[in-house]
Design a protein around this ligand. Structure first.
Ligand code: G3P
Ligand code: CA
Length: 283
């Protein structure tokens, strides 16, 4: 049986400020197979590692740029969209103190810096976040990513040294056209499970992706879905396994929870905030 794979989620984000180089380095120390990067795009078209569309949850942007907020029409709350700031402006922000003062010196890394920092010590698993937002501003996020692959000499073949992921099928279709041998994971949130996790849905996914990344509850108790995905030629990587929120009482620990998905349901890999808790074997 092929070895099971740990994908530290936003780095070792259970222990270090997410998407900082410190978090990525710790993930490698803890035995990462891959390291995940969520990619946003700055006003001047630079890919950066950031989970949210906006900067206020994970940086001190509110303090540094108090007058640059816009109102989120959905919530009526102020937000500081990364796409409204240049990379030079974003580099002024403290990306670590919100998590712990020990990380106060950490900055939001660019994609290029993350690649340089990780080198060959771990494989890469970038996610193209919210491509619609950038499209509405005339920026083709997938094209920026594709351009970076050549510029940075990244692996674009089927050897799985880099797997790209997205909740949006369009960038994956674009990458399938330009880099047909690059592995592609289609992420599926809980509410979209009924649409995609059928024989027909999985067959459609296989036209533009090489794997699925479903919310874990879509697979819980359903080994037949994993079997069907595998039979369709798709890898299966559920998200997110974490000790940052209470672990399901059935499992008692995040290690046991991952063990159930990896060895009882037979998924290939897991996204986890706790790479040090990853079970390499079934016992
Ligand atoms: O990319 C897999 C998983 O990270 C999806 O959830 O919101 O943490 O990016 P999110
Ligand atoms: Ca992600």
């Amino acid at each position: 049986q092929p070895a099971k794979i740990a994908v530290p989620h936003r780095g070792a984000s259970g222990y270090a400020a997410e998407h900082t180089l410190a978090s990525y380095r710790l993930a490698i120390e803890q035995g990462a197979d891959y390291v995940e990067q969520d990619l946003a795009v700055t006003k001047d078209g630079v890919l950066i590692c950031l989970h949210d569309e906006s900067l206020e949850r994970t940086t001190n942007v509110e303090e540094v740029f108090p007058d640059r907020a816009v109102v989120d029409p959905a919530t009526g709350q102020k937000q500081w969209l990364a796409a409204d700031f240049t990379v030079a402006e974003i580099k002024r922000l403290d990306a670590g103190s919100w998590f712990d003062p020990r990380f106060a010196e950490e900055r939001v890394p660019t994609w290029d810096e993350a690649v340089a920092a990780l080198g060959t010590s771990a494989r890469l698993n970038p996610e193209l976040k919210t491509p619609d937002l950038y499209r509405s501003r005339g920026i083709d996020q997938a094209a920026l990513f594709i351009e970076s692959v050549e510029r940075l000499g990244l692996p674009a073949r089927g050897d799985s040294a880099l797997i790209v992921q997205s909740f949006d099928d369009r960038p994956l279709r674009e990458i399938a056209n330009s880099l047909p041998r690059m592995p592609r994971t289609f992420l599926i949130e809980a509410r979209d499970g009924p649409r995609w996790l059928t024989e027909e849905g999985l067959r459609e996914i296989a036209l533009f992706a090489t794997g699925i990344g479903p919310a874990k509850r879509l697979l819980d108790g359903r080994p037949e879905v994993v079997r069907l995905a595998h039979a369709t030629g798709l890898t299966v990587t559920p998200y997110t396994f974490t000790s940052r929120s209470p672990v399901d009482a059935r499992f008692g620990s995040v290690t046991n929870e991952m063990r159930y998905f990896l060895f009882d349901l037979d998924v290939d890999a897991v996204f986890t905030d706790n790479p040090d808790q990853f079970p390499r074997a079934s016992q």
